[in-house]
Design a protein around this ligand. Structure first.
Ligand SMILES: Cc1cc2nc3c(=O)[nH]c(=O)nc-3n(C[C@H](O)[C@H](O)[C@H](O)COP(=O)(O)O)c2cc1C
Ligand SMILES: Nc1ncnc2c1ncn2[C@@H]1O[C@H](COP(=O)(O)OP(=O)(O)O)[C@@H](O)[C@H]1O
Length: 352
């Protein structure tokens, strides 16, 4: 997948899904779906248009490939407006991986700056989508807003794009039980089941340790992916060595505490001695029992031993087991980790 960080680098013509897409959750996947048939010729899209009208954005030549493209913004719009660093469910590397696995050809990162935020909805469509991206088709979620002061709605986009004969799919918001909210109601809901899937609901779920809901909304397990670095080397002395993960600075970290997880060691799948997925227990926290002074993310791999330093691992969160505690002794901590491992094993074998 091609990643364009300036509009000069963009492969055109494009079929564009627009949005922040943090998490690339089930709702986002629905929005991306309509642009995925990118190898179809422009003529196919053009058939739906009024061919007699003079088009300011002529369809690409019949044989020209259309690149399925996700257009998103950097930094996070909220970070631009508040000046405060913001974390992501899917930092850039992870987003690239997720979009690639969906079959997207290209990710365009529009710099979210003064210039961009000053564009009116009409200017945004003309300058960015028509002139720079040579857009042939657009897909957005029902709650999409754009242009100066977020004045433009999805419906406005449809009306403005129609002047250029660009069809716009407005994808209704999806609830976790697969229903669609036709009226765009984002208000309060009796149960999460009836609420539209959103990045903020997934963040809330992860903040409370409700991994099941987060994973259900994502359509896959939430992951922590990073390089194994050295810790205090205490783990091995209590019989529970733990791989300490260095994560991207802008990664959203779930609730502190202990989790049942599955682990993949990257770059080792070809090795017949390494199982593709290893069961594990993870702790996120300050380690009060050993008077830890900073928060760490560490995983103990069950039934496994070896050297992980410098390796990249992917940890899939399956369930939250308990909050972190301060134990009176290392012995007590050790007994508890033993117990955590037993519970994790039970949960992970059920989840198989
Ligand atoms: C499953 C698991 C649960 C843990 N729970 C706690 C806890 O409740 N309280 C705590 O202070 N540390 C907890 N820890 C962290 C240990 O204190 C830590 O692994 C140990 O100090 C070794 O650290 P090191 O990797 O820097 O050597 C836990 C670790 C694991 C793997
Ligand atoms: N089952 C295991 N789970 C996690 N790490 C293991 C395991 N077996 C061996 N290791 C190795 O031991 C290291 C962790 O040992 P530990 O004493 O906790 O040191 P550190 O404080 O550096 O994490 C890991 O980074 C990895 O290289």
């Amino acid at each position: 997948m091609w990643v364009a960080s300036t509009t000069e680098m963009v492969l055109t013509p494009t079929a564009v899904a627009l949005g922040k897409f943090d998490g690339v959750h089930l709702g986002h996947q629905r929005v991306i779906q309509p642009v995925l048939q990118s190898t179809r010729s422009a003529q196919t899209w053009g058939d739906a248009l009024d061919s007699s009208a003079q088009s300011a954005n002529p369809p690409a030549a019949p044989q020209e490939r259309i690149y399925s493209t996700v257009v998103t913004f950097r930094p996070h719009p909220q970070e631009f407006f508040t000046g405060q660093a913001r974390t992501w469910l899917t930092p850039l590397d992870e987003k690239v991986q997720q979009l690639r696995s969906l079959g997207v050809d290209q990710l365009v990162l529009l710099p979210f700056d003064k210039e961009l935020t000053a564009l009116s909805p009409e200017e945004f469509v003309e300058k960015i989508l028509v002139q720079q991206l040579r857009c042939q088709r657009i897909s957005v979620g029902q709650d999409f807003c754009f242009g100066k002061q977020r004045r433009g709605t999805a419906r406005d986009l449809q009306l403005i794009a129609a002047k250029y004969h660009i069809p716009v799919s407005i994808v209704p918001l999806q609830t976790s039980d697969g229903q669609f909210l036709e009226d765009g109601n984002c208000g309060s809901f009796e149960s999460l089941e009836y609420a539209p899937i959103s990045t903020s609901l997934i963040r809330q779920a992860l903040e409370t340790g409700d991994i099941k809901t987060a994973n259900q909304f994502l359509g896959r397990p939430y992951i922590l992916m990073g390089v194994v670095v050295e810790g205090e080397q205490l783990g091995r002395t209590i019989g529970f060595p733990t791989a300490n993960l260095e994560l991207p600075k802008d990664k959203f970290i779930p609730r502190q505490g202990v989790y049942a997880v599955r682990v993949k060691i990257l770059g080792e799948s070809a090795d017949a001695n390494v199982p593709p997925e290893i069961l594990g227990v993870m702790n996120i926290g300050n380690r009060p029992t050993v008077n830890g002074t900073y928060s760490s993310v560490e995983v103990h791999l069950l039934d496994w031993s070896g050297d992980l330093y410098g390796k990249e691992i992917v940890v899939q969160l399956v369930d939250f087991l308990r909050p972190e505690q301060k134990f009176p002794s290392l012995e007590a901590l050790k007994a508890q980790i033993q117990q955590d491992s037993t519970v994790a094993r039970q949960i992970l074998s059920r989840e198989n």
